[in-house]
Design a protein around this ligand. Structure first.
Ligand code: VG1
Ligand code: CO
Length: 579
């Protein structure tokens, strides 16, 4: 092939958000849009991570992925990349990409140093929906802000990109290596099985034999919903083929370009089928399974459900951390530390304190956990947004979280599978609350509101923080049964490893009784602005830990909405999604 230099000019709005660049497909398919971003990424990396390097290119299989893989491959060849690795049919979950960078050895002994992940995660897919791209580094984690800022700067000045126009399209449906000759020598595209490396890693972490006993026990029943995302490819291999679950326990496990027209976000609103099966929906029928879980489009998120029971993601990471050493062989030597994102509830903090573990609070987005893990300071971490994971890779990991829960269930039921009463998901969570107290928690999302209005609402909240006396006066006027605000700020994070500082990471109101209100603007949307409101209240009194969460939080919710003047600024009388 030959290398062509194409002239181009900057395109507005290519700033990577919380997790890469996400836009409507119609934006991505504009001439030079993808090309500009990809070239800007190459230009932001060190020369040795491009020239002669091995890069992974794959994703959740959403609409436009297949075209994007061909374009990126041709640009990689032209930029002197030595090898491209593609999961069969372009499919790799985000956690599997991370695993592949860290663990996989190519047929010729090569190792990858980075990846383009093609996904807009939990956002819908299809010609009228979202596409996305993000770059991961040699540690398997998302590019840090230093790099994403550089990529953005490059998109603002880009004048040309390189592409091998005459490189033939590669067949990504067949496993094998295709080799081509270019001006600088050989260029290979290796297509490999999407699941093998990931399955191998999971087997090295968990005790598959004990999970298998649980899953095949007549006492236990299981259900997994991939929401037509890439998780389906792994669910079948792991839950059915390796662990003996029934094929009928898999819902929506065939990956689709448009996720079957749905919103591939594992929460109580969007995972409707699973929610109904688990006895939590309005139209449920029959006896629900003991355990249910879902993953998002790129399978890095997870939702865990028990029979007629919802586990909040903030509780989930705390419970995994509390049980990891006993239940999961990978952690048997102890946890190096635990971490959560700022808006995630403090349930994990209480576990860390009781178990005397190192603890970190980082800004929203997985990239901040990576530095801690690379430095050996953190083993288990999580976010309230249905993200849970560990230092086995540098992304959150939906299937891993399901396996972690199955491990805990298997451990707690060791003696019960032949006789005795099954310890359920609900039992485990209630026992956890009894030991550590309960963090009532909810999140209100206002999606696609006017960007100007959202900005004003946030500015108003920051301004209010200059006088807590005034804030407390307003709150007293709204509800007299709510505790008082003792601290208000905009969250700022200093990375303990590299000293870098991230500012404006969300507005916090901290109350005397440990309650918190947090307001943030989403960094993953593709249209307008999304306001996220996080509400949390701690209850230690065992007689008060069994309440309905929305009811327990009602006073704080009222305060949050009125204090922020939510309806006044956004015109919305209710949120788009409540989790
Ligand atoms: C959201 C979540 C955040 C998560 C991010 C990426 O970001 O709040 O916790 O890490 O999505 O998840 P934001 O900026 O929209 O609040 V994924 O599964 O979309 O890669
Ligand atoms: Co995701």
């Amino acid at each position: 092939f030959s290398v062509t230099k194409k002239l181009t000019s900057p395109i507005d709005g290519q700033k990577p958000g919380t997790s890469g660049l996400r836009k409507k497909v119609k934006v991505f398919i504009q001439p030079n849009y993808l090309e500009n971003f990809v070239q800007s990424t190459f230009n932001a990396l060190t020369a040795e991570n491009v020239r002669g390097a091995t890069l992974v290119v794959s994703g959740d299989g959403r609409y436009y992925s297949k075209d994007a893989i061909q374009i990126i491959t041709k640009m990689a060849a032209a930029n002197g990349v030595r090898r491209i690795w593609v999961g069969q049919n372009g499919l790799l979950s985000t956690p599997a990409v991370s695993a592949v960078i860290r663990e996989r050895v190519g047929v010729d002994g090569s190792r990858a140093s980075g990846a383009f992940i093609l996904t807009a995660s939990h956002n819908p897919g299809g010609p009228h929906e979202d596409f996305g791209i993000k770059y991961n580094m040699e540690n398997g984690g998302p590019a840090p802000e230093g790099i994403t800022d550089k990529i953005y700067e490059n998109t603002k000045t880009i004048k040309e990109y390189l592409i091998a126009e005459d490189l033939p399209n590669v067949d990504i449906s067949t496993i094998g290596v295709s080799s081509f000759g270019g001006p600088e020598g050989q260029f290979d595209v290796e297509v490999f099985d999407s699941a093998s490396d990931y399955v191998k890693l999971m087997k090295s972490i968990f005790d598959f034999e004990s999970i298998r006993k649980l899953l095949t026990s007549p006492k236990f029943s299981f259900c997994f919903d991939a929401l037509h995302g890439v998780g389906g490819a792994y669910a079948k291999r792991i839950f059915v083929e390796e662990l003996g679950a029934q094929e009928s326990s898999l819902l929506n496990c065939v990956p689709k370009e448009d996720f079957g027209g749905g919103h591939p976000d594992p929460n109580l609103t969007y995972a409707k089928e699973l929610v109904a099966r688990m006895g939590l929906g309005k139209s449920s029928s029959g006896e629900p399974p003991e355990f249910g879980a879902a993953a998002d489009g790129d399978a890095d998120r997870n939702m865990v459900l028990g029979k007629r029971f919802f586990v909040t993601p903030s509780d989930s990471v705390a419970i995994i951390a509390a049980n990891a050493v006993e239940a999961i062989p990978y952690f048997s030597a102890g946890l190096k530390g635990v971490a959560r994102s700022m808006p995630t509830s403090a349930a994990l903090d209480v576990v860390a304190k009781n178990l005397k573990l190192k603890f970190f609070e980082v800004p929203t987005g997985w990239k901040f956990f990576g530095n801690l893990m690379d430095a050996g300071m953190c083993s288990v971490c999580g976010e309230e947004s249905f993200g849970t994971g560990s230092d086995h890779i540098r992304e959150k990991d939906g299937i891993w979280a399901v396996l972690a829960w199955l491990s805990i269930l298997a451990y707690k039921n060791k003696g019960n599978l032949d006789g005795g009463k099954l310890v359920s998901v609900e039992d485990i969570v209630r026992q956890h609350w009894a030991t550590y107290g309960r963090h009532y928690y909810t999140r209100y999302d206002y999606e696609n509101v006017d960007a100007g209005a959202a900005k004003e609402l946030m500015e108003n909240l920051v301004k209010l923080q200059s006088s807590l006396a005034e804030v407390n006066g307003i709150i007293k006027g709204i509800r007299s049964d709510v505790s008082k605000v003792v601290h208000g700020d905009e969250f700022e994070y200093k990375d303990p490893v590299d000293g870098s500082i991230s500012k404006h990471q969300g507005i916090r109101y901290l109350f005397e009784d440990g309650s918190r209100l947090v307001f943030r603007l989403s960094g993953t949307g593709s249209e307008g602005a999304t306001i996220r409101l996080y509400i949390e209240q701690y209850e230690k009194d065992p007689s008060k830990i069994g309440r309905d969460s929305q009811e327990a939080l009602a006073p704080l919710v009222e305060v949050a909405l009125k204090l922020s003047k939510m309806q006044e600024f956004t015109g919305r009388s209710s949120p788009t999604v409540i989790t």
